[in-house]
Design a protein around this ligand. Sequence first.
Ligand code: GLY
Length: 465
Amino acid sequence: MFEKKVYLQRRATLKSKVNSGILLFLGNEESPMNYKDNTYHFRQDSTFLYYFGISEPSLGAIIDLDEDEIILFGDEMGIDDIVWMGRQKTLEEKSLDAGLTKVLPYAKLNTYVKQYLGKNREVHFLPPYRSENKIKLANWLNLSIDQLKEKASLSFIKAVISQRSVKSIEEIDELDRAAAISADIHLMVMQQAKPGMYERELAAKIQGAALASGGNLAYPVILTVRGEILHNHYHGNQLREGQLVLNDSGVETALGYAGDLTRTFPVGKKFTAEQKDVYDIVLNAYTHGKDLLAPGVRYLDVHLVSCKMLAQGLKDIGLMKGNIDDAVQAGAHAMFFQCGTGHMMGLDVHDMEDLGEQYVGYTDELTKNTTQFGLKSLRLGKALETGYVLTVEPGVYIIPELIDRWKAANQFAEFINYDKLEQFRNFSGIRVEDDFLITENGSRMLGKHLAITTEEIESIRSEAY
Ligand code: GLY
């Protein structure tokens, strides 16, 4: 946990952002893998973690804005828990660490919520994403599961987003550490990968190093020679000379802050000429994108500049043609880049995505109302502010099924050179990604420098085996 004053301050700020009523927080439950007591790694809900700091299952809390009362709901360990799990700090001790003075048994939370509703007091809640919390909320609030999203409190959602979006000094320290540890792990993978290895051997090294760092993975490892599959979690391929390895992985610190980095490197010691060409196109898009980052700049424009750089580069090597501005406006570049250039980061690798992309990444003036393939996957469009933390992660992904589909429909034939593209059919994908803090004057990369140019990467690969 951070120091007590951090949580006191965070809750005081939140209280000043919502007018009246009850703010209801639900922590996460244990999640069973195959039977009740065999559970997945426990991860606390990030908003609960942000305001209360306690990472243990089956907790809830309320902030009564009118009575100025804060109550934590949870149960002390019984002797059975101690026998199986060992003695830990009591909940009362943990609550004091978080600056909380009133703790009640978890079963009372339901009673409190019903009492508030009986007195016609407004109970603000955030959109739940775990089934257990959906069921609980639906029962307590007398709503159907389907109604929960629409009935979640917009004022609560917006207050939390405005606060969590701007990272404090202690959060930036954590995010810096998460990115630095992630960079060390990426370097280790780049140094140790060899032809003949299986993807899973490298994925295992990443997972082991994340645990060894005292934290965990921030998201499932993407380590693949099929880098064109954007979130490829399959690790069964053998690495063969001539292929590329795309490593998208990051750690979260013990306090829950995420790193999210991607590098793509050759299985062999050198990129082929074709791989180098495409890599440099992606790197150019990354450089132009990151150089634009500054308060007041819309991330939508960072994205569009990156897309234009990709499209221009692809035109230069004969894969695209025609007017680049028109091609990007029409969405033709999405044959090669099907997603957004980046997203917010923090306690979640896609920070606060549970609270709604419209509120995290867009504004009332800049709504996300596009269905355009590619652009519809841009999670962040709004103007940046000092203290935001986000990724820049352009890529080129050659997806055979997409080629076949678009080619058959003659889609964007004025912008895509399908004959040339056939030669790249089995190219796979390249992505580069770093994490950035928006500063008063621009931005700063978090963590530490990690080999990114083809020369730097080849230099590391030349000593790998
Ligand atoms: N790096 C994984 C993701 O952004 O979803």
